[in-house]
Design a protein around this ligand. Structure first.
Ligand SMILES: [Zn+2]
Length: 60
């Protein structure tokens, strides 16, 4: 199942959740911090997080 990343528009807290496509359409999300439902979906990285300097792969 894909991992989605969300951001709260109210307190700017970011969190991620694993949801199926169907859940994604039906689920009601609330910010775990302030419980606001003003949630924005961020770009999904497909469950793989590659940050700056955090890439662990083959060293060329
Ligand atoms: Zn919030």
């Amino acid at each position: 199942m894909p991992l989605y990343e969300f951001k709260c528009n109210k307190c700017e807290h970011t969190f991620d959740k694993v949801l199926s496509i169907k859940e994604m359409e039906t689920v009601k999300l609330n910010c775990p911090q302030c419980e606001s439902d003003d949630i924005k979906k961020l770009m999904s990285s497909g469950g793989i997080k590659i940050g700056l300097g955090g890439y662990k792969g083959k060293v060329r």
